[in-house]
Design a protein around this ligand. Structure first.
Ligand SMILES: CC(C)(COP(=O)(O)OP(=O)(O)OC[C@H]1O[C@@H](n2cnc3c(N)ncnc32)[C@H](O)[C@@H]1OP(=O)(O)O)[C@@H](O)C(=O)NCCC(=O)NCCS
Length: 167
């Protein structure tokens, strides 16, 4: 990639939420952005899950859901979403899990890398010491993205790869 894209994170208020839902429906696969609810494709169950999931995360890492979601803006266009969620921590540090999806038309331009860099900065600011992620072993884009951010990747028997970034 020759130039870093102009990427920023925006809080998910009602207007951003509806724009994100529209982006997800027109430019992503349902399985990339929502659990497999109510059968294939977009359906009322997935749509309801999408809205309640982002609303529950509105109070941020310190809220009841222990989770924060953002919209990813690229040059003013909404490109996708990232999340950070506190997870149970066996050690002394504070750990959160991250995840990301972008609309197809925004992929492979460095936007995912830039967005996750911003999420890692948010995690550091929140006092977290480690960020983890999990992706399918055949998701080469996600694996390269995470490796490029310094993640240690470990394949598991279930066809997934765990990623750990020490902050
Ligand atoms: C995974 C995803 C977020 C990557 O974001 P992106 O903006 O396309 O990634 P970037 O352009 O920053 O590229 C990051 C690295 O991955 C590589 N890459 C990106 N897409 C790729 C693809 N489809 N196949 C192979 N490599 C790919 C890039 O070449 C780059 O590698 P490099 O740094 O070694 O050159 C995006 O493809 C996406 O939203 N996919 C659908 C949802 C998903 O799979 N989320 C991840 C679940 S954890």
């Amino acid at each position: 990639m020759s130039q870093s894209p102009d990427v920023s994170l925006v809080d998910v208020d009602d207007a951003v939420l509806e724009s994100l839902l529209a982006l997800a429906k027109r430019d992503a696969s349902p399985d990339e952005v929502a659990p497999p609810l109510g059968g294939a494709g977009w359906n009322p169950e997935r749509t309801a899950w999408f809205r309640s999931y982002h609303r529950a995360a509105a109070d941020g890492l310190a809220g009841a859901a222990g989770e924060k979601t953002w919209g990813v803006l690229c040059g003013g266009d909404l490109a996708g979403s990232v999340r950070l969620r506190r997870v149970a921590d066996a050690g002394s540090g504070t750990v959160a899990e991250t995840g990301i999806w972008l609309g197809r038309s925004f992929r492979s331009r460095g936007i995912g890398t830039a967005a996750l860099r911003l999420v890692l900065a948010e995690a550091r600011r929140a006092g977290l010491t480690r960020v983890v992620a999990r992706t399918l072993a055949d998701n080469l884009g996600a694996r390269r993205l995470l490796a490029g951010l310094g993640a240690h990747l470990t394949p598991d028997d279930d066809g997934t790869v765990g990623a750990v970034v020490e902050l």
